[in-house]
Design a protein around this ligand. Structure first.
Ligand SMILES: [Zn+2]
Length: 228
């Protein structure tokens, strides 16, 4: 077996907790040609790094000529460990693009936080009473509007807004951000999950930095816990 296609190389986690390609862009290695003819030296260089699906791919040049097919991370590892003689240039390790796993972890965390906050808010009797009172006004406002009683409708609406303000203040007083428990605007393509069929949804893309930072922090935290 030339390279281990069955088992993917685990992704490289940097000291900052972020994910990186296993091999550096610009990595240049002096190689010996074969096990039989070691005089046939050549230079192996990584000129491009790609992450497609959940797999790392590397564009490679040998003696400046681009190979027609990219190499997998396992292939690079196999070739360099078997034929590498010395490193000519170490190149620069690039950060991995956002992964689906990172998106899933982030969205799941946000949803979990929301559920927790809702459960906490539900224990605040004053808050619950204010919300019930505010919701009861909604139908009264509807009737008033339906019968053209705009002055009454406006007055009721003002009452309702005041109850909502007090409810929000009650949450704040107990350390709950009202925005956190509000029903979020869910993306129609992914139903607010951030991915569709194992692809990152367009709605998650603007959050790339936030999602990466969240996951990096989680990895660092996990590593610290294990270290004890
Ligand atoms: Zn979406």
């Amino acid at each position: 077996m030339q390279d281990n296609k069955g088992e993917k190389m685990p992704l490289y986690v940097g000291k900052d907790g972020k994910l990186y390609f296993n091999f550096a862009q610009g990595l240049k290695v002096q190689m010996h040609g074969s096990d039989y003819d070691k005089s046939e030296n050549y230079v192996y260089e990584i000129v491009g790094c790609h992450y497609i699906g959940t797999t790392e791919y590397y564009d490679v040049e040998t003696d400046g000529i681009r190979l027609p097919q990219p190499n997998s991370a396992n292939r690079v590892k196999y070739l360099v460990s078997r034929y590498g003689v010395k490193t000519l240039a170490s190149g620069k390790r690039l950060e991995l693009p956002l992964t689906v796993a990172e998106v899933k972890a982030y969205f799941a965390y946000i949803e979990h936080k929301r559920e927790q906050a809702i459960s906490e808010a539900g224990k605040l009797t004053e808050y619950v009473a204010l919300k019930i009172a505010a919701n009861q006004l909604v139908s009264q406002i509807g009737y008033a509007q339906a019968f053209g009683k705009t002055t009454e409708a406006d007055a009721l609406e003002e009452q309702r807004a005041e109850l909502e303000r007090r409810a929000a203040a009650e949450l704040h007083a107990h350390g709950i951000d009202p925005d956190e428990i509000a029903e979020p605007k869910r993306c129609s393509k992914c139903a607010g999950r951030g991915f569709v069929y194992n692809h990152i949804c367009a709605c998650a893309v603007p959050l790339t930095q936030t999602i990466k930072d969240f996951n990096a922090k989680q990895r660092l935290h996990f590593a610290n816990v294990l270290r004890g």
